[in-house]
Structure formats: structure tokens, C-alpha cells
Design a binder for this molecule. Structure first.
Ligand code: ZN
Ligand code: ZN
Length: 384
């Protein structure tokens, strides 16, 4: 089977989308562009939400269905790359590379549409809105039924690693994130008369220290878990015992049972320490994205496709990221694999990480990302 990627179109789309970034749930222009292009290639288009697009390419013969996913949202960041195609929107930038994800998947869709007569099975293209903010767009796409009939799901993310290289994690590819705001209600008093008060500074301090035992005493030593108190605010004067204290907590885990355990221990410690001191509290706990759990078979298939499309020397097994991603929503329902794709590293003139105002990618690598997506789809549909 002979095929190629329309690199000129890919780069032009990337620059156009990069120059016109849109925040999550506001991807009106981007999703309109995607829908129009897919329809032009004869791909059946549905719009599960106002700013997301799902495309279905039906092959000439029956077979399995593989889904490829790209996210389309930008970030509230003021761009500082100095590129001629820099963001035209003040304070909004494609600082996570979702412009490149969208352009690469469009290029892959164009190529696959041209191969329709040779395909046994279908390809679903998930152009997702709002990845950057939990609860995220993937939940809505799945709720709309876009994974119906899908047998495998794949997505890639540009990362600050050597351009055109591929890293695939086994097991967890990202972490689950949960966080909360804790307000401790004590009783204010004169600083010289502590016996009349309930000091929320002391209560909060005990909670911070006790939380350090959650990971060290309740989680297996070879599991990943982090509990962080990122802020602690209370009081204003040396001679006043304040009424309240406010703490912000975040938790990251990769194992669902650990996630449950850490969340439970955090609550127990807060409740217990407050009770001992006669304080009360409110805890606004926001569950974030779950960890991406890679399917072994899907990861092996992606690894093999990367070796075929890009060469064995450019693909390696590696660790997951400590960040979180809502690709986890798809991978929890359908066997899936999330792939880290090199957009260039410091030695190539790309020293900045995703979300930095100067984050950028080596454009010549993007054709390889599109090649990889096409190869994954072909390999998946060819496999039994
Ligand atoms: Zn991001
Ligand atoms: Zn991202």
C-alpha cells in the first residue's frame, strides 16, 4: 500500500490554527475548519458538542474500528515565541501543542480517506474540545456515544524530546489528579488568651505534618503518589489568634486503589485532627482526570507502528508523565495507548516545556506524527 502525507497542507493548517487559538469550550473556528475539511474528504461528520468534531471514515470492506484522537484547545498564556504565525489573540496561545495535534490528525485523515478502497474496517477521528480543564471535553464526547463500536483508541502528545522520536509507557501513561480547598473553622481570640480560642494555625500545621504520613505509611514504596499542600493562609497579626485557616491540597497517583486510599486518608486526617482540637472544617474536593491506563496490546501495536513508520531507532519504551490528561476517559472504556511524540529538545533549539510562553515545536517533525497515526490505523485494521 503506497501513501504519503500532504506536508504542505499540514504545516499551513498548523500555522493557521496556531495564529487563531481558542480556549476550551470556545473552539468555534477550529472545529468549523476541521469539520469542513473532513467533509471535503468524504468523511461522515458529527458534532457531539458545539465545538467538537467526530469523523467516521468507512472502509470499503467490513472490519474493526480504530479511533484516533486530537485535542484542539489553547491556553490562557501570552505567546512569546516571536514566530511570524504567533497568536493573534491577546492572552491566548497554543502553548501545549494542540495546534500540532489537530493539524497532524487532519493530515492523517486526508491520507486515510484516500486509502478508503483498501481499508477493511473504519477509522473514527476524535477532534476533542477542552482538554486543559477538568472535567474536560473527553467526558462529553464519550457521553455522546462517539466510542460506540470502537475497538481501539490512540492519541499522541508533542513533548519536549528529540524531534520525531516516540516514547511509549507501559502501565500508567499519566497521573490521576485530585485537589481541594480546606477551610478550618477555629475560634478567634486575643493572642494573649489562647485558652478562649481554637487556633486554626495550630490545627492546620498538625494537618500539614500528618499528611506527610499518607504516602510514606499507606502507599507501597514502589507506587507513585504525591500529596502537596500548595498554600496555607491564616491570620494577619502577631497578637491575634485568627478565626479561620485556608489550605489548598493536591494529590497525584497512578493506581486507582492508591487514589482511593490517599483520598480517604487525607479526609480522615483532616477530620481527626480538627476533632481533637474542637475545630470544624469544610473541604471542597474536586476530582480531576484519572490516570491513563495503557492497554498492553495497544501499546505493542503502537510501538510496532512507530518502528515501521519512523524506524526502530526512533521509538523506545519509557516512563509516563507526572502530568494528567483526559485521554484517560477513552482508555478507560476502550483498549488504548497514549504516545509521547518528540517536538524537539534543547539541543535542537527547543528548550521550553509545554505550557511555557515560548513553547514551540520543530515543524519538520510533524509529518512523522501524521505518518505514525496513519500507520497505527492501518496496522490496527490489518490485525486480527
Ligand atoms: Zn497542556
Ligand atoms: Zn496537552
Amino acid at each position: 500500500m503506497n501513501w504519503e502525507i500532504d506536508e504542505d497542507a499540514l504545516i499551513a493548517w498548523r500555522r493557521d490554527i496556531h495564529a487563531n487559538p481558542e480556549l476550551g469550550f470556545h473552539e468555534t473556528r477550529t472545529s468549523g475548519l476541521v469539520a469542513e475539511l473532513l467533509e471535503g474528504y468524504g468523511i461522515e461528520v458529527t458534532r457531539p458538542t458545539p465545538t467538537s468534531v467526530v469523523g467516521l471514515l468507512r472502509g470499503a470492506r467490513p472490519g474493526r474500528t480504530v479511533a484516533l484522537r486530537a485535542d484542539m484547545d489553547a491556553l490562557p498564556v501570552e505567546e512569546e515565541t516571536g514566530e511570524p504565525f504567533s497568536s493573534k489573540v491577546p492572552g491566548v496561545m497554543h502553548a501545549c501543542g494542540h495546534d500540532t495535534h489537530t493539524a497532524m490528525l487532519l493530515a492523517a485523515a486526508k491520507t486515510l480517506a484516500g486509502l478508503r478502497d483498501e481499508l477493511a474496517g473504519n477509522v473514527t477521528f476524535l477532534f476533542q474540545h477542552a482538554e486543559e480543564h477538568p472535567p474536560g471535553g473527553a467526558v462529553e464526547i464519550v457521553a455522546a456515544g462517539a466510542l460506540g463500536g470502537v475497538d481501539g483508541v490512540f492519541g499522541l502528545h508533542v513533548m519536549n524530546q528529540k524531534a520525531g522520536t516516540v516514547t511509549i509507557a507501559r502501565g500508567a501513561a499519566s497521573t490521576a489528579y485530585d485537589g481541594g480547598m480546606l477551610t478550618i473553622q477555629g475560634r478567634g481570640s486575643h493572642g494573649s488568651m489562647p485558652q478562649h480560642g481554637i487556633d486554626p494555625v495550630v490545627v492546620g500545621s498538625e494537618i500539614v505534618l500528618a499528611l506527610q504520613t499518607v504516602v510514606s505509611r499507606s502507599i507501597a514504596p514502589d507506587h507513585f503518589a504525591v500529596v502537596t499542600v500548595g498554600s496555607f493562609n491564616s491570620g494577619e497579626a502577631p497578637n491575634i489568634i485568627p478565626d479561620t485557616a485556608h489550605l489548598a491540597l493536591s494529590v497525584r497517583t497512578t493506581n486507582p486503589e492508591d487514589r482511593e486510599t490517599v483520598g480517604r486518608r487525607v479526609r480522615e486526617i483532616i477530620a481527626g485532627v480538627c476533632a481533637v482540637h474542637g475545630a470544624t472544617y469544610t473541604l471542597d474536593w474536586e476530582p480531576g482526570y484519572e490516570a491513563i491506563q495503557q492497554d498492553d496490546g495497544a501499546a505493542e501495536l503502537a510501538f510496532g507502528a512507530a518502528a515501521t513508520a519512523l524506524g526502530e531507532d526512533r521509538v523506545a519504551w519509557g516512563p509516563g508523565t507526572s502530568a494528567s490528561e483526559d485521554f484517560s476517559v477513552y482508555a478507560a472504556r476502550v483498549p488504548g495507548c497514549f504516545i509521547f511524540f518528540g517536538g524537539g529538545d534543547e539541543s535542537e533549539g527547543f528548550p521550553f516545556q509545554n505550557h511555557h510562553p515560548k513553547f514551540n515545536v520543530k515543524e519538520s517533525a510533524l509529518i512523522d506524527g501524521a505518518r505514525l497515526e496513519v500507520q497505527i490505523a492501518l496496522d490496527f485494521l490489518a490485525a486480527e
